[in-house]
Design a protein around this ligand. Structure first.
Ligand SMILES: O=C(O)CCC(=O)C(=O)O
Ligand SMILES: [Fe+2]
Length: 291
């Protein structure tokens, strides 16, 4: 079972005692979820207007790049779009503040990624199987290779009607990787270069990225694993937040509406113990370097 570690943090800029910092980094790197039942993201009165799925232009998320600026994926424009961008920017800053207080060891390595707002109910949302986040998976993004860097995400359930966000959490990364590793096809010679040159990827798709994408797809496509694989459900209440390395912890979101999420990337050498990274676990399994 995936360990869920409850931490009593009540404010995004609260200083965290050394013992809490140690407990947090140990649990996070070992594949646990850090859960903050009392840490809600404070909203401003004027932001109530963003709590409708009608502001999403496409099916899923509204995003803000790490550099800030304009939002993507929203039907809003003008001052309303700027107001939503400001709410998301504030979430990006609060998330980073929390990580610096709780996981100061990561400070020098931490690379901010996208911020997202998720105003669409997950249950019944139309999607392709590959993009279907109600299926257990580890995160890997086709157009954004990470070359081994960790994907660390901060989530907050900001549902105004008190609805929980329900996740499924799968077994250990080692067991999932072990299940599929031997049968994952090798990258085709020259494919990494071709993907980069044709603009499909924003940087070089390393062998690590190739295998993580394969793993993501194989997990989602495997109906037996989806229904019979080791798993548990967990309800994150409205007004709570959680942090997880989504490249290592098999997860799926099955019910819920209105969440904020901030992505960070972390080089493995910034970890307390990089042998626990998916990169090093896969390299051990495959007995070769992957970046
Ligand atoms: O929206 C969620 O709660 C999680 C979806 C997911 O799989 C992810 O963000 O990586
Ligand atoms: Fe995911």
């Amino acid at each position: 079972m995936t360990p869920i570690i409850e931490l009593a943090v009540a404010a995004w800029n609260q200083s965290c005692p050394a013992a809490m910092q140690q407990r947090a980094i140990d649990a996070l790197e070992a594949g646990g979820v850090l859960f903050f039942p009392g840490l809600g993201f404070p909203l401003e009165a004027a932001e109530a207007r963003f709590f409708t799925p009608a502001i999403a232009a496409k099916s899923k998320n509204i995003s803000l790049d790490a550099a800030g600026g304009r939002i993507h994926g929203s039907s809003l424009d003008g001052a309303a779009a700027a107001g939503l961008a400001a709410m998301m920017q504030r979430y990006a800053e609060y998330s980073r503040g929390l990580l610096l207080k709780l996981l100061p060891r990561y400070e020098t390595g931490l690379i901010p990624g996208r911020t997202s707002f998720r105003p669409v109910e997950i249950k019944g949302r139309p999607t392709s199987w590959r993009k279907d986040d109600t299926r257990l998976h580890v995160d890997s993004f086709p157009s954004s290779p990470v070359q081994g860097k960790r994907i660390l995400r901060v989530f907050s359930n900001v549902n105004p009607r008190g609805q929980s966000r329900r996740w499924r959490l799968g077994g250990s990364f080692e067991s999932v990787a072990g299940r599929y590793a031997a049968s994952l096809p090798k990258p085709l010679w020259g494919s990494s270069w071709l993907l980069r040159m044709s603009g499909v990827t924003k940087s070089r798709r390393s062998a690590y990225d190739h295998y993580m994408l394969q793993l993501h797809d194989r997990m989602k496509a495997d109906a037996t694993y989806q229904s019979n694989g080791e798993q548990m459900t967990y309800d994150f209440p409205a007004g709570s937040s959680w942090i997880v390395f989504t490249d290592r912890v098999p997860h799926a979101a099955t019910v819920g509406q209105y969440a904020l999420e901030q992505t960070f990337y972390l080089p493995v050498n910034s970890m307390q113990d990089e042998s626990k990274s998916p990169l090093r676990i896969l390299e051990r399994l495959m007995a070769r370097n992957l970046v």
